[in-house]
Design a protein around this ligand. Structure first.
Ligand SMILES: C[S@@+](CC[C@H](N)C(=O)[O-])C[C@H]1O[C@@H](n2cnc3c(N)ncnc32)[C@H](O)[C@@H]1O
Length: 460
């Protein structure tokens, strides 16, 4: 795979020497044809960089984009991207010295000015002007958490879609809609008539998803609700059961991105952390009113933080001077009390405390089991429930609730089967690269028979 970053120079004819390691990969993996012709690159540019694809990778990408572009409901932006990508593309040979001549229109588009950075991205690599690369790196500062979450949300997308297997006659629920990434996949695969009901307890995220999914028109119906309210949402739509339900639990990358939501220690913001800003207590209220032993219990239980006692003591000490108001106030208090040698290397020292508070503020664990039970009850025969959990406490509840439902089979009317004996996780490489990916676990359950007297699907 192409990986790593190299700093190089374009020569005065606009040629670039491909790094030796990349040349080896091109020769070993991409030399093809009866004469084992030298590999070729296809270069194209979107934004301030050039993407360089081995020909075989470009052909794969071109095929899947061409297929995707014909799907109804595809964003105009995706069509624009398609035009730019193909309109700019150029086939470029690699000469005997391992150099590629970058066509002038691409050099101009990516504003390449001599010094360039090559960045490996698994099956292809990018060529950046050095200054543009440095600006881009600076713009990522402080966004690591949000980006890591966004990547994790995408990691298990294909697996979820394979289990839900959306069809045109189906009705599906995304009960934790977020920005609508999974929902868009469900709607696209369920062409032409498959329907999606989306719930999110966060009205702001819901508005973003509404815009994203607008092109699907009446095929989608979005509601500002807690997932626990699914049964009553379906009743209001005169639906008895649905064909598939997704719960992608926890916080969304959108919530981590905006400082004023108070979810991220990377941004200075008020200690709010409520997913639903219309209800409940903020993190600041909890931090400034719970007594020390309650704080210890909260941080230990929901954060599995071994320094919970010290952290709670420091919070109580700090708030005697003035109440903790911002995310940075809290992050600083936590960081100070964890001995430097004991600080986790791959995550911020305040990660566990922030997680604990978020879980408490949103009562995430307390409402999980009833949410799962309500979702199971809404599945029609053959319907599947997919749940993605992001930490062990959550996953344990999912696992136990699924097992209990499978074993009980007490109701004569229904039976369920767990389809994932072991949870589905991200690949080892993805887990290594992204700490958040390590904890993401997908479990799936199916309703195998449902002898309800009501029709399995109503009309809305
Ligand atoms: C991990 S994100 C979902 C991302 C989404 N799958 C996507 O593809 O964009 C979780 C979202 O679910 C919402 N959420 C979490 N728990 C919820 C619950 N119990 N009921 C309704 N929404 C919930 C959060 O507000 C957040 O927007």
């Amino acid at each position: 795979m192409f990986m790593g970053t190299f700093q190089l120079k374009l020569d005065d004819k606009g040629r670039l020497s491909i790094p030796t390691r990349y040349r080896e990969i091109l020769h070993q993996k991409y030399r093809s044809g009866p004469q084992q012709a030298d590999p070729e690159l296809v270069l194209s540019s979107i934004g301030p960089r050039i993407s360089a694809y081995p020909r075989a990778e470009w052909e794969g990408l071109a095929d899947s984009l061409t297929e995707a572009i014909t799907l109804p409901g595809l964003h105009q932006e995706a069509r624009d991207l398609y035009h730019v990508l193909f309109g700019n593309a150029a086939e470029c040979g690699i000469d005997a010295q391992g150099r590629v001549l970058i066509p002038p229109h691409l050099r101009h588009k990516a504003k390449l000015n001599g010094e360039v950075i090559i960045v490996g991205l698994n099956r292809y690599f990018e060529i950046w002007d050095r200054e543009a690369w440095e600006d881009y790196q600076a713009s990522l500062q402080g966004r690591e958490e949000e980006i890591a979450q966004k990547i994790v949300e995408l990691l298990l997308l294909n697996e979820v879609l394979e289990f839900l297997c959306p069809v045109s006659s189906g009705v599906y629920v995304d009960a934790t809609l977020g920005e609508g990434g999974h929902a868009e996949g469900i709607l696209r695969l369920g062409i032409p008539n498959g329907r999606l009901i989306g719930l999110d307890r966060d009205a702001e995220v819901l508005a973003v998803a509404r815009q994203r999914l607008a092109a699907f028109g009446t095929r989608m119906h979005l509601v500002h609700e807690h997932a626990m309210a699914l049964r009553s949402v379906l009743e209001s739509l005169q639906l008895a059961h649905v064909d598939g339900i997704l719960l992608d639990l926890g916080v969304s990358s959108y919530q981590l991105k905006y400082a004023e939501r108070g979810f991220s220690f990377a941004h200075e913001g008020p200690l709010d952390m409520r997913m639903d800003r219309t209800a409940g207590q903020t993190a600041a209220t909890l931090l400034n009113t719970l007594d020390e032993s309650e704080l210890v219990a909260l941080i230990q239980r929901y954060g599995e933080e071994r320094w919970a006692r010290r952290i709670a003591r420091a919070i109580v000490r700090a708030r005697r001077h003035s109440p903790l108001r911002t995310t940075r106030d809290l992050a600083a208090v936590v960081t100070q009390v964890i001995p430097p040698a004991a600080r986790p290397r791959r995550i911020h020292p305040a990660t566990r405390t922030f997680q604990a508070l978020r879980i408490a503020v949103n009562q995430e664990l307390a409402t999980l089991e009833p949410t799962l039970r309500s979702a199971m009850a809404c599945l029609g025969e053959g319907g599947r429930l997919c749940v993605i959990a992001y930490h062990s406490l959550e996953d344990r509840i999912v696992k136990r609730t699924f097992q209990a439902a499978e074993q009980a089979q007490v109701e004569a009317t229904s039976a369920v089967r767990v389809l994932t004996r072991k949870p589905i996780t991200a690949s080892a490489a993805e887990r290594q690269a992204n700490p958040r990916a390590r904890s993401a676990k997908l479990r799936v359950l199916e309703r195998v028979c449902h002898k309800s007297r009501q029709p399995s699907r109503g009309t809305a």
